[in-house]
Structure formats: C-alpha cells, structure tokens
Design a protein around this ligand. Structure first.
Ligand code: B12
Length: 471
C-alpha cells in the first residue's frame, strides 16, 4: 500500500542520438519490480530528446526522492550532464545509475559522476533497486551503513572510509515481475522507428523470452552484463504478455529481442507453441541477430506458424579467418543452404555483418561484401566494429596504449580503426558494402517497398545518412 511517505522514483533512460527509438524494457522491468514499494515514473530520454535543462524543469515540478539513470556507453556524456544537473537541482534526492555502461565500468563511472552520484547497481537490478527503495522508509538511503550496503547485489558506492564494488548481479529467476510496466511506456507513444527499422504493423512492442548468452563472441558485451548462463521466461508468460499488449495497448506487432532466441531449440519451440495456442494472432520478428545452428525446418515452421515473418541472423563476416578471430563459433559452411531454406519456407531473412574487426584486411572486407551478395537475404546491415566496454576485444584493445588511444563508443564517429586503414577509408568500405548490396535493383525496390509510412521513411533516411554520408 502506498502512503504519503512512499518514495517517488523517477527512472530515466539517458539520452543519446539514436535512429532506433523503442520502449526501454529494462526500466519497464525495474518499475514493475518496485511498484509496491514506490511511486514510479519512467522517462525515456531518447524518445523526448532530454536535455539537462529539461531535466531541471522536470525535477522542479516532480520533485522525485530518487532518480535512476539507465546508461549505455553511447549515452555516457549526456548521462553525466543529466546527473550533475539533477544533483544541482535536488540536493537531497538519491541518485542511482545502472545499465550496460556503469555495469561494465563501475569505478570509472562513479568517479566521473563524483560527487553527484550516490550508487551504481550493476547488472539486473530488479532485486537491488527494490532493496534500496525499501531502505527509504527505514533510513535516508544516503546514509546506508557500509555493512548494509554489502547486502545490496551489484552495488558500487563510496562508503564512509572505503569503496564498495560488488560483482554484477545476475538473476536466476526471471518470471517475476511477470512483465514490464507497459502503462509507463505505452508502445503507441513511440515514433515509427523500432529496432531494425522495418515493420509491417504499428505499434510495435519489444518482448523478452530469455536473458543472457552463453557464447563468448569477441565483439559482444552481453556475458559481462548479464552472465553467460541463459535464463528463460515461461512461454505462457510470454504469450500472456502479447495478449496484454494487444488488448490494452493496441500493439499490432511484436519483436523478440532476446540476445539469442534460438539458442535453445526446446525453449523457442515452447514459446511458438504458447503463442499459437493463445490465439493472440500477432505478427512478430526476431530483429536481434539470432544464431543459425538450431534453425532447422521444424523450428522455422513453428516460428512461422506462430506469426514470425522475419529473422535477422548474425552472420558477421565472409572471411573464415575473421570469423575465427571473432570467436563466434560459426563457420560459413551451410550458411547459404540455411538461408535459402528459410527463404523458401517464406521467412524474410536479414544478415548482420561487421566490418573493421581487429586484424581485418581489405581482402576480408571484399569477401564479406561478396558473401552478403551471394545469399538470398532480404536486407543486410554492415556495421563498423565498435569495441564496447565489457566485450573481450575491448578488454584487449584498452590494455595496450597504442590501440587504447583511438577508441570511442559514441557511435557518432568511427569507434575503432584497424591497422592499414584510416577512419575515412574504413567508412568507404562500409559505403561500398551498402551500395553493393542495395545497388541491385530488386533489393533496392524491396527496401523502398518495406517503408510503410512517411515517418518510417524519415527515420530510415536518417539512418542511411549516418551510414553513407556522415564521416
Ligand atoms: C534490445 C536492445 C536494443 C534496443 C532497445 C530498445 C528495445 N527494448 O527494443 C535498441 C535497438 C533501441 C538498442 C539500441 C542500442 N543499443 Co542495444 N541492446 C539491446 C539488447 C539486445 C537488449 C536490451 C534489453 O532490453 N535487455 C533486457 C532488459 C531487461 O535489460 P537491460 O535493459 O539491460 O536492463 C537491466 C539492467 O541493465 C539494469 N538497468 C538498466 N537500466 C538501469 C537503470 C538503473 C537506475 C538501474 C539501477 C539498473 C538498470 O536493470 C535492468 C533490469 O534487469 C542489449 C543486449 C543486452 N542483453 O543487454 C543491447 C545493448 C544494450 N545495446 C547496445 C548498444 C551498443 C546499442 C546502441 C548504442 C547501438 C547503436 N549503434 O546505436 C543503441 C543505443 C540506443 C540508446 N541510446 O539507448 C550494447 C550496449 C553496450 C554498452 N556498453 O553500452 C548492448 C549491451 C549489446 C552489445 N552489443 O553488447 N538496443
């Protein structure tokens, strides 16, 4: 029950430039987890283009007791500005940060945000944030004694005489809360700029069926953020969430955004069966780079029967040497057959490729371009490798002064330049890949036909500008 002493918690997704603007699931889960002990609001700083000035005005009108900032590395600088602005306006509020960046770099982030930030909660914070909120009614959480702090999973904070930095918190059980607080981030409020940019029906809602990934790809920071043991939601909860989204929020399409939806075939089949049996009848896609190994005829058919019409595959490179370096545990054998089979079974198949991996040469990039063009893909995306805090390649590059110097994680400029390239020549490789793929009449026509509204075309044009024109 909420009383006048129930704290008001404002959860904010830190702003950063993005052409993909979708409900912040992490904050939705946190809000659902603390609702019975706090009054919660969610503010998506990316969607509203939050600035420190806007935040000051909001702080003055809402006067929250605690603010939680969700921070990806690309949003680090704007997040720091917002934290400073919030502290200036609300000297008594408790300021907390979490999400991928503070999780991967807790001590650096705490130091940079010093003395404005009180706590970092690393990893999955449903339990830890709840503990912090409950402490509100007992003691001002600014003054939690060090001994008590050590019971908060994943906490990083300055205690009176020392620094506490606990390991990343990974939850074993992910069926509670049953679903994110969708009423605090209704999908219909979002622009037509969902994950992957393409959709058939709007509003679109992202949904999770599992968390974590047990692979160790050199370019991915997920195992460092949420462990390398994959955990599953009950398929029935997933189906219930889809029904809820459709009935209560008029959602007309879903996206399964697991790190690896097809990692466990039985789970994926279970989800498909539950969705089908629920009668929800909602089209859905997997825009997040699924792995191919388990995508056999049985699973592809089950996905299609349950409403899935599009799958994006993390194919990464057309060079066996680079694939090996990426430690993806994937070879190019059977990729063509698999993609052909998926396309034959009526699935739209998209490929994700990375260019500019450490050690990659022009010949490797040429091989990737040729590989992408050889496959019956509907669309392809060629990203430039950006080493993110927490990913194995970043750890390796940051350890050497010669490579550490040029790393950036803002995504507004080239994040890493491999030997033998300049940022400009690397950008040209990316342009060449996009133009080579979409320069084919059929692919260009398909792409244009997939843009269902002026708003979708606007966001797509911004993305294309970013890839093809911006330096
Ligand atoms: C889906 C997704 C997206 C979607 C997000 C919207 C959506 N929901 O559909 C879209 C496509 C928009 C997206 C965009 C980007 N993404 Co993304 N994305 C993901 C993905 C696959 C899942 C995120 C998710 O929803 N997880 C499930 C929820 C429940 O977990 P969560 O969000 O992490 O939240 C939990 C904790 O982090 C923590 N937490 C989160 N916020 C807060 C706040 C507080 C106060 C506290 C205490 C705790 C806390 O508690 C939450 C609940 O357990 C992750 C991979 C991953 N597994 O994390 C990458 C990931 C987060 N993305 C990443 C990146 C790089 C990006 C982009 C920068 C890419 C780009 N080129 O632009 C942009 C950034 C956009 C932006 N400004 O935020 C990186 C971030 C790494 C880093 N160090 O920053 C990740 C980790 C993938 C990777 N390659 O390693 N992404």
């Amino acid at each position: 029950m909420q009383t006048s002493s129930t704290p008001h918690i404002l959860l904010i997704k830190a702003p950063s430039y993005s052409d993909v603007i979708a409900p912040p699931l992490g904050l939705g889960y946190l809000a659902a987890a603390i609702r019975d002990v706090a009054r919660v609001s969610v503010l998506d700083g990316v969607r509203i283009g939050l600035t420190p000035k806007k935040l000051v005005a909001l702080c003055k009108s809402l006067r929250p007791d605690m603010i939680g900032f969700s921070v990806v590395s690309a949003a680090k600088e704007p997040a720091l500005e917002c934290i400073r602005a919030a502290r200036k306006t609300l000297s008594q509020a408790v300021l907390v940060a979490g999400g991928p960046h503070p999780t991967a770099m807790p001590l650096d982030f705490l130091k940079e945000a010093s003395p404005c930030l009180d706590y970092i909660l690393r990893g999955e914070a449903e339990n830890s944030l709840r503990i912090l909120c409950r402490d509100f009614s007992r003691t001002r959480p600014h003054h939690i004694p060090a001994a008590d702090l050590e019971h908060i999973p994943g906490v990083t904070a300055r205690a009176r005489d020392r620094l506490i930095c606990l390991p990343v918190s990974v939850r074993e059980e992910i069926n509670t809360p049953a679903m994110p607080a969708w009423d605090l981030m209704p999908p219909g409020q979002y622009p037509k700029a969902p994950h992957g940019a393409f959709y058939r029906n709007f509003p679109v809602a992202p949904v999770l069926t599992s968390r974590g990934c047990s692979y160790g790809c050199g370019f991915c920071s997920v195992p460092a953020l949420s462990g390398n043991r994959i955990r599953f939601r009950s398929p029935h909860l997933v189906a219930e969430e889809l029904l809820h989204l459709k009935k209560q929020f008029g959602v007309r399409e879903a996206q399964i955004i697991d790190d690896n939806f097809t990692a466990n075939k039985n789970h994926a089949l279970g989800v498909c069966q539950a969705i089908k049996e629920s009668g929800v009848n909602l089209p859905w896609t997997c825009p997040n780079g699924a792995r191919m190994e388990n995508l056999d005829d049985q699973l592809i058919r089950a996905m299609s029967d349950a409403g899935c019409y599009s799958v994006s595959l993390g194919l990464e490179s057309g060079s066996p040497r680079v694939l090996q370096r990426m430690k993806k545990g994937l070879t190019m054998d059977h990729v063509a057959e698999k993609v052909e089979r998926m396309a034959a079974l009526g699935m739209e198949v998209n490929g994700f490729f990375i260019l500019g991996y450490p050690g990659e040469t022009r010949a490797d990039m040429k091989a990737t371009r040729a590989f992408a063009k050889s496959l019956p893909l509907t669309r392809a995306n060629f990203s430039l490798f950006t080493p993110l805090p927490g990913c194995p390649e970043w750890e390796r590059l940051i350890a050497r002064p010669s490579t550490a110097k040029g790393l950036t994680t803002t995504f507004s400029q080239v994040g890493f330049v491999p030997r033998g390239f300049s940022a400009t020549s690397l950008k040209w490789q990316q342009r060449k890949a996009f133009l080579g793929f979409y320069g084919r009449k059929q692919h260009a026509e398909k792409l244009i036909a997939s843009l269902h509204s002026r708003e979708a075309a606007f966001y797509f044009a911004r993305r294309a500008w970013h890839w093809l024109v911006a330096s």
